[in-house]
Design a protein around this ligand. Structure first.
Ligand SMILES: [Zn+2]
Ligand SMILES: [Zn+2]
Length: 261
């Protein structure tokens, strides 16, 4: 069974709850979900933790997304730190820098990113990175803040092979989303071909970024199958190999206890 290493299942996106979406994913061969607890308010983090507590097949992360960096106050940080300690919270994230949208000022994004890395190191939990249009600063901060101590995942990998090499050196795995299936994603596809077998993951980032042939639809975890198939084709491996390898990789990276089989 596949693992969706990064999906958003909170009520902001699924007001009727995640049950139908998760049922369709199971039918498609997706057995486990890492639900990312970030959002405009702390409700997303609370919902992710609650869902992971209620279901064996869901794990959570919590953190402060760069989009929300300017909105989080000290009470918010306190609650994130408390939630991050829960046993089924497997990582701190997604955190990082987004210079494409710039929803928060860059200096605030930077401060929050550093603070979240410190939290992850304190809790000895891996980090899920969001980085967009900020490759040099992202790598510099990961280095300066000693993120290597805990390692983690570059989610929705959308950089090139050089960035991939540096991220791998910093002990970050590469997680590929539906963007991989876009024909013009040359640099990303190149990185996906080159990455070592034991450092590749797949994700949907649902409800965003539906893969080809479903591009433009509202993404959901079931669609990860198309991304995994694309990754197999690019690497000249079988779909079964990709399923087995990416599942083993994410389980190891996030210390997921998966059901046998
Ligand atoms: Zn992201
Ligand atoms: Zn995300």
């Amino acid at each position: 069974m596949l693992v969706d290493s990064h999906c958003h299942l909170d009520p902001a996106y699924l007001p009727a709850g995640p049950d139908d979406v998760l049922k369709r994913a199971k039918a498609a061969g997706v057995g486990t979900f890492v639900c990312i607890g970030v959002g405009r308010s702390l409700d997303a983090a609370r919902a992710a933790v609650a869902l992971a507590g209620a279901r064996d097949d869901v794990f959570a992360t919590v953190g402060v997304h760069p989009h929300d960096a300017a909105k989080t106050d000290e009470d918010g940080y306190g609650e994130i730190a408390t939630l991050a300690q829960k046993p089924r919270v497997v990582a701190v994230g997604e955190i990082g820098l987004d210079y494409h949208y710039d929803h928060s000022p860059r200096d605030v994004q930077t401060q929050v990113f550093r603070r979240m890395i410190a939290l992850a190191r304190q809790l000895k939990k891996p980090i899920v990175i969001h980085t967009r249009s900020a490759p040099a600063d992202t790598l510099a901060i990961l280095e300066e803040e000693k993120a290597r101590e805990v390692g983690g995942i570059i989610h929705c990998f959308s950089e090139d092979r050089d960035f991939a090499e540096r991220a791998l050196d910093l002990d970050f795995d590469l997680s590929f989303s539906g963007i991989l299936t876009f024909k013009n994603a040359h640099a990303i596809r190149d990185a996906a071909r080159f990455a070592p077998d034991d450092r590749i993951l797949v994700e949907t980032d649902s409800p965003f970024l539906a893969p080809v042939p479903l591009r433009g639809k509202t993404c959901e975890p079931a669609y990860i199958v198309h991304t995994a198939r694309c990754l197999a084709e690019l690497r000249g491996q079988t779909f079964e190999t990709i399923v087995r390898q990416t599942t083993a990789n994410v389980a190891k990276r996030l210390d997921l206890r998966l059901p046998p089989g």
